[in-house]
Design a protein around this ligand. Structure first.
Ligand SMILES: C[S@@+](CC[C@H](N)C(=O)[O-])C[C@H]1O[C@@H](n2cnc3c(N)ncnc32)[C@H](O)[C@@H]1O
Length: 285
């Protein structure tokens, strides 16, 4: 079911801007099934780095208070709660918050709370968290800069905001696009795949690349870390190759490429950026 929510009216421009989001979305189209070694490595390392950077904001001995923005089905919130954080997941989809609450109910120990809400108007007071993170979701937001500003607002001074986002100018995207251009322009043949990995999917508002995420983040954050994760994911044929190689060799290959991606984050498949909130005069916490 699709609903139109939170309409904003731009009188100056003279048109209506509407936010249309599927509030029953359940991610069955996003979470990959039957992972190949390269995908498994990418998702795992992106998650671990994001959670490590987030948990790193804890003050010795005290359970850190953490906000997971666009928490989806809650797997990252749950993982941080298992590490000992007090976590709140905020997410507009009722189906996803419902699934997250069900998944958490099966686990022992203190579990996250999941609440419904939008990233551009987080329902929390200034400075109420030690850290806020958003993984793989900012390209779905209609006002991502506002979301970063909000994450900075609800995070305490000296706390940490962590953003993990796919890079659509990665080496793999550039090579895929160059090959398709060559096939189309010189060989007069169709692209290698119908779904071109270097084009942002239809449910993305923003096509992120390193300069853009840094530029948006720097308005609200003092950037501390700008890190690359994995290299070559989505390169034509690469997934099939890693699936055919012996497991140990495939692992060595993706780990080796990841090291290169760490050296050159601009070419990597995913960017993980973290920083401390810049405080504006209107924010006291
Ligand atoms: C690809 S999922 C990522 C979920 C989760 N962070 C993860 O890593 O599995 C994108 C999420 O963004 C949520 N979303 C879309 N627009 C949003 C907005 N304006 N504010 C907050 N969440 C939003 C969607 O409901 C969805 O759960």
């Amino acid at each position: 079911m699709c609903e139109t929510l939170g309409q904003t009216f731009s009188e100056r421009l003279g048109y209506r801007v509407m936010r249309v989001v599927d509030l029953d979305r359940d991610m069955s189209d996003v979470i990959p099934t039957g992972l190949t070694p390269d995908s498994e490595f990418l998702f795992d390392r992106m998650t671990q780095l994001t959670l490590d950077r987030t948990f790193g904001a804890s003050r010795g001995g005290v359970r850190p208070r953490v906000l997971d923005v666009a928490s989806g089905v809650g797997q990252d919130s749950i993982a941080l709660a298992e590490r000992g954080a007090d976590v709140i997941g905020v997410e507009p989809s009722s189906r996803m918050t419902g699934m997250a609450t069900l998944f958490a109910a099966d686990k022992p120990g203190p579990m996250p709370h999941f609440v419904r809400g939008w990233s551009d108007r987080l329902p929390f007071p200034d400075g109420s968290f030690d850290a806020a993170f958003c993984k793989g979701a900012m390209d779905h937001f209609d006002t991502p800069e506002r979301a970063i500003e909000e994450m900075a607002r609800v995070t305490r001074s000296g706390g940490r905001v962590v953003l993990a986002i796919a890079n659509f100018e990665s080496l793999a995207c550039r090579v895929g696009r160059a090959l398709d251009d060559f096939r189309q322009d010189w060989l007069r043949r169709a692209p290698l795949r119908s779904r071109r990995g270097y084009d942002a999917p239809s449910d993305h508002f923003t096509r992120y690349e390193p300069d853009l995420i840094r530029e948006q983040a720097e308005k609200s954050l003092q950037v501390e870390h700008f890190e690359g994760v994995s290299l070559g994911w989505g390169m034509p044929g690469w997934s099939k190759w890693t699936a055919r190689l012996p497991v140990r060799i495939a692992r060595q290959a993706v780990v080796g490429l990841d090291r290169v991606g760490r050296q050159w984050p601009g070419l990597s498949d995913v960017i993980v950026l973290s920083g401390t909130p810049r405080r504006s005069e209107s924010t006291s916490a």
